[in-house]
Design a protein around this ligand. Structure first.
Ligand code: NAD
Ligand code: 4PL
Length: 248
């Protein structure tokens, strides 16, 4: 499937590490010009230079409208148009319900859900203006189906993303733009490895139909398909990628 994305430009948010980084690497391998964006400027620079293949690093905070406006200005100057948006950036918290206060709730909704809106607003406006269709792929989570503990605000934001992609698909289908959500199960990303979630792999594996530890590449391979022309008849959908932990 080499070069299935030749001639396309893709923006991946939260791509300095973890799942976003693996997605950026996979889309670059598919021939896309990839914009590696992250709030961590040094990390996005390092990831882009390691990925090579013309990948560009542009730092941005998805929750800050002026930062996102600057990101899209840079994309226009350095890459031209945008064909594929992968909304991956998010905070992955571990906060028991008794510690979920309003500040935490607002922060998680602001970054994980409203940040996804801010980037998607700018990206789809440009896709429409270019008149060449497009792909929006948003990384949700199977915690929305499982009701996983210690992340109530996160689970709510991830459900919001699924609803957002459904509505966006309805409104933008007429412009040849598809919008889908992907719901990974537990993945051994940089962020998870450094958090209490790292203790959950044993239990989660007992729930999986296919055994093993979820890796960022398991998600990147599916995002590659959803970014490609092969997925043109799929929109408004939620694709669960969790080794069969959830069956629905
Ligand atoms: P990670 O913490 O390893 O990486 C997340 C990246 O997002 C980091 O580089 C971080 O700097 C960046 N980021 C955070 N806030 C940002 C902001 N405001 N603006 C721009 N960038 C920002 O996380 P990960 O595990 O690779 O998760 C990636 C995505 O996958 C997230 O949407 C997460 O919710 C989702 N997900 C992860 C898992 C898992 O088990 N790892 C499971 C399901 C879904
Ligand atoms: C099953 O999205 O999907 C822990 C942490 N366990 O972030 C997730 C599962 C976590 C998940 C997630």
């Amino acid at each position: 499937m080499a070069d299935r994305l030749a001639g396309k430009t893709a923006l991946v948010t939260g791509a300095a590490q973890g799942i976003g980084r693996a997605i950026a690497e996979r889309l670059a391998g598919d021939g896309a010009t990839v914009i590696v964006s992250d709030i961590n400027a040094a990390g996005s620079q390092a990831a882009a230079s390691e990925i090579g293949r013309g990948a560009l690093a542009i730092a941005a905070d998805i929750s800050d409208p002026s930062s996102v406006a600057a990101l899209f200005k840079e994309i226009e100057t350095r890459a031209g148009g945008l064909d594929i948006l992968v909304n991956n950036a998010a905070i992955v918290p571990f906060v028991p319900w008794d510690e979920v206060d309003l500040d935490h709730w607002r922060r998680i909704i602001d970054v994980n859900l409203t940040g996804t809106f801010i980037v998607t607003r700018a990206a789809t406006d440009r896709m429409r203006a270019a008149g060449k269709g497009g792909r929006v792929i948003s990384i949700s989570s199977n915690t929305f189906f499982a009701g996983t503990p210690n992340m109530a605000a996160y689970v709510a934001a991830k459900g919001g993303i699924i609803g957002f992609m459904r509505a966006l698909a309805t409104e933008l289908g007429q412009h040849g733009i598809t919008a889908n959500a992907v719901t990974p199960g537990l993945i051994e990303s940089d962020g998870v490895k450094a958090s209490p979630h790292n203790e959950s792999f044993g239990f989660v594996e007992t729930l999986q139909a296919v055994k093993g530890r979820g890796q960022p590449e398991h998600i990147a391979d599916v995002v590659s398909f959803l970014a490609s022309d092969d997925s043109r008849w799929i929109t408004g959908q939620t694709l669960n990628v969790d080794a069969g932990m959830i069956r629905h």
